[in-house]
Design a protein around this ligand. Structure first.
Ligand SMILES: [Zn+2]
Ligand SMILES: [Zn+2]
Length: 438
């Protein structure tokens, strides 16, 4: 390598290093200034969680805070959804999303601000409520980010669109917001950003997965019909239990024999229900399945194979009627635009430090952010580290897993996680709202 080239590389490295330090320090000061209000908001939300589709207080608190910062706020979008717009001259529209809902989980963290809330769920059952998925932290970060963006309009231009989405846990809120005109009544974003906090990374870090971020999820309920009768006279019956048993075994061949080796696919029969007594052959059997895949074509292949096998086993067993296959719940995997992931890695490294932006693998839980991507909003959905760094290191050493999201013990290390969450959002939004190629 020529010495001139070496010098140039060195100069670039030095300038990008000092630029990084300057960015980190400046953004840290901005985050420190808004942090107390964001943290108070977090504690309030954590102590007052609300179930999916019932986030009325949560939504109105978020709306009021954003309105006081100068955002143009619309409530009641797709149920309890919130849309907050801040216009700042010509430029792209960029969306940042948080969820609003909590879960029917009894908090056992022992934290001084642990939730003690109980309520009635949609079926009228008394249930405990907890922000066991960390959506309270997402809302607090969005508020901190909203304040920084509102007070630094000289650092960006375009339209900032913040959304508070209800009912993520029932994978229904994103679609309801879209159906209620999210992208027609309001400016349609050219790009979207979101993250999810979890114990898979230590607080202070952010994970980026280019391409597929999580799984397609499909829930199926299958009813196999037989002909009931006396357990001592099987010749007078068509036994749906035997057909169900053969069906379950045949379903195992989909992943092992039909899906291309190396492709991700899971077919799980999570429950079997049939019969009441040992000497009665029942007249039907029910199976509950969950199906997980990464790719659309693999998903299609697996769902078609399930239908084919279920029908064929019923036919082979001579059932009086075709089995009923109900596809009662589904969501697509979230696709992270690879170009966007690469573009945003740079400003994220600048504010969090190079070692704190990690390339992460796709995960198996599902989420309904995919509906926004499918509307033509290329996005980056990041993982935000939430684990206490010391506990994280200990768990890596011992192999004992930290509580996952939805656990009654789920408790993110709030200070470092919320600080880095706000920093990451501000860095991403400023990059996207500087009006470059987007
Ligand atoms: Zn969740
Ligand atoms: Zn969640």
């Amino acid at each position: 390598m020529k010495s001139a080239t070496l010098f140039l590389l060195f100069a670039l490295a030095v300038s990008s290093h000092s630029q990084t330090s300057a960015n980190t320090a400046a953004t840290s000061r901005e985050v420190d200034a808004v942090y107390p209000a964001a943290h108070d908001f977090y504690i309030d939300l954590h102590q007052n969680p609300e179930l999916s589709s019932h986030e009325t207080q949560t939504a109105s608190k978020l709306a009021a805070r954003l309105r006081s910062l100068g955002y143009e706020v619309t409530e009641g979008v797709g149920g309890t959804g919130v849309v907050a717009i801040l216009k700042n001259g010509p430029g792209p529209t960029v969306m940042l999303r948080t969820e609003l809902d909590a879960l029917p989980v009894e908090e056992k963290t022992g934290l001084p601000y642990a939730s003690k809330v109980h309520t009635k769920d949609d079926s009228g059952r008394e249930v405990p409520v907890m922000h066991a998925c960390g959506h309270d932290l997402h809302m607090a970060a969005l508020l901190g980010t909203a304040e920084i963006m509102a007070h630094s309009k000289d650092t960006w231009h375009g339209t900032l669109m913040l959304i508070g989405q209800p009912a993520e846990e029932t994978i229904s809120g994103a679609k309801r917001m879209i159906d209620d005109g999210l992208f027609t009544r309001f400016p349609k974003p050219v790009v979207g950003v979101a993250f999810h906090v979890g114990n898979e990374l230590p607080a202070g870090q952010v994970g980026i997965t280019p391409g597929i971020y999580n799984t397609n999820a499909d829930s199926l309920r299958i009813t196999i019909y037989g002909k009931g009768g006396h357990g001592s006279a099987p010749n007078t019956t068509i036994d749906p239990i035997v057909i169900a048993a053969k069906t379950i075994l045949s379903l195992q061949t989909i992943v092992s024999r039909e899906v291309k080796p190396g492709e991700m696919a899971v077919v799980t029969v999570g429950y079997v229900r049939a019969g009441t007594k040992n000497n009665i052959i029942p007249d039907q059997a029910e199976l509950g399945l969950t199906v997980r895949t990464f790719k659309a074509d693999v998903r299609k292949q697996v769902l078609a194979a399930i239908t084919r096998i279920v029908k064929a086993e019923a036919l082979a067993g001579g059932t009086p009627q075709e089995p009923l296959i109900e596809h009662y719940e589904s969501t697509d995997s979230v696709y992270n635009d690879p170009g966007l992931a690469e573009r945003l890695r740079v400003p994220l490294e600048a504010v969090l430090g190079k070692d704190n932006v990690i390339a992460t693998e796709a995960i198996t839980p599902s989420e309904d952010y995919a509906f926004f991507v499918e509307q033509g909003v290329p996005s980056l959905y990041m993982s935000l580290g939430g684990a206490d760094p010391q506990k994280y290191a200990e768990s890596k050493k011992s192999g004992n897993q930290l509580p996952s999201n939805h656990s009654p013990y789920f408790a993110p290390d709030v200070d470092p996680a919320l600080h880095s969450g706000i920093k990451a959002e501000v860095a991403a939004l400023r990059n996207l709202l500087n009006g470059a190629s987007q």
